[in-house]
Structures are given as C-alpha cells and as structure tokens.
Design a protein around this ligand. Structure first.
Ligand code: URA
Length: 191
C-alpha cells in the first residue's frame, strides 16, 4: 500500500501543477492501517519549508494530543485536506497563511479520499472545521468530541490544535474531548 500511496502523491503532484498549484506539496506521513488518521486543514510556512505536516506550533500541540491518548506520532498517520500552503500577502508585504478557499478544498478532496482508503485507519480525527467539512455539514462547535459515521468511516471531530493557542478557554473542552477519544481507542484496542 505504501507504494500506492507514493504513486497517488506523484499523480497529485502532476495534477496540482496542471491546476496551477505549483508550490511544494506537503504529503501525509505515518503508519499504514493505524488506529488514528489525523487530518488538518493545510500546511503553513514551517510545514512547507520542511515538507512535513504539523511541524510548527500546531504540530507541538498535536504531539501532546497524541501523548494524551498514548499513541506515538509514528503509530498514527498525519495529513491535511489541502496539501499546498494557502498564502496571501499582508498589508506589510509579508507572505502569510490563509484559510483554503472552496476551489482549493474541492481540488484536494478526492485525493484525500483516496489517501484515506490507502492508509485504512480505524478512526479519522478531523482537526477543525476545514477537514470536518469533508464528512459533515455541521460545524465543530456543535459536533466536537462525538464520533459519527460518514462515507463509511468512523469520524471523531476535534478542534484544530492551533485554536487552543489563541483561545485558551477551549483548553478544558479540548482535554475532555481527548479523554473521550482515549476511551474509544482503548475499547477498540481491546477488541
Ligand atoms: N495546521 C494544519 O492544519 N496543518 C498543518 O500541517 C499545520 C498547521
């Protein structure tokens, strides 16, 4: 399956170039057939520079998240819906991150679905609203911390790990959702 995943990424590289998305691709990484596949929104500057998902501050939070459920990052698979860095130029002339637009989300979604099929996780953990939108029309505030089934997968929505950096009041909610996820993981592991 790993070979097929590399083939998929190479196909995506060509299609992205043809669609005008010519900046570096940040592909998923981690174990195949994992308990958890974590799906973020899109890479930021650090991720683009290192060509790896979740290596910045949000990545640090993500690692803590995984520690909380006793899963090392190597045992999970980590990826993003959009696999290029969506960027804009700030008023000061700096390149800044922005939320992916509908065209970017629509372009990358079919590749994400094929990636998920090849990775074959037991549970998909969506991080924030952007990847949640692939599986549900609800927003994170109303569905976080509760598993549901969609498109043949078990999906567990969490807030984006970056959101607790700027919204400290979410920390308790986030920790409680993680406890729920840890219980679900423990149950599945004992089966
Ligand atoms: N935020 C994301 O959604 N993905 C990353 O890879 C990094 C930050």
């Amino acid at each position: 399956m790993y070979k097929e995943l590399l083939k998929l990424y190479s196909e995506l590289r060509n299609a992205a170039n043809n669609a005008g998305y010519t900046t570096p691709l940040v592909c998923g990484e981690g174990a195949l057939n994992p308990m958890l596949m974590l799906i973020g929104e899109a890479p930021g500057a650090n991720e683009e520079a290192q060509r790896k998902p979740f290596v910045g501050k949000a990545g640090q939070n993500l690692n803590e998240l995984l520690e909380g459920v006793n899963i090392s990052r190597e045992e999970a698979f980590v990826s993003n819906l959009v696999k290029i860095r969506p960027s804009a130029i700030s008023a000061k002339g700096n390149v800044i991150n922005r939320t992916p637009n509908p065209a970017e989300k629509a372009f990358f979604e079919p590749y994400l679905m094929r990636e998920i099929e090849l990775v074959n996780p037991k549970i998909i953990v969506t991080l924030g609203n952007t990847p949640l939108g692939v599986f549900s029309s609800n927003t994170i505030g109303s569905v976080h911390g509760r598993m549901f089934e969609s498109k043949g997968y078990k999906v567990f929505p969490l807030y984006h790990p970056a959101s607790i950096i700027y919204k400290r009041e979410l920390l308790d909610v986030y920790k409680s959702d993680l406890k729920t996820l840890a219980l679900i993981v423990a149950k599945l592991e004992n089966k």
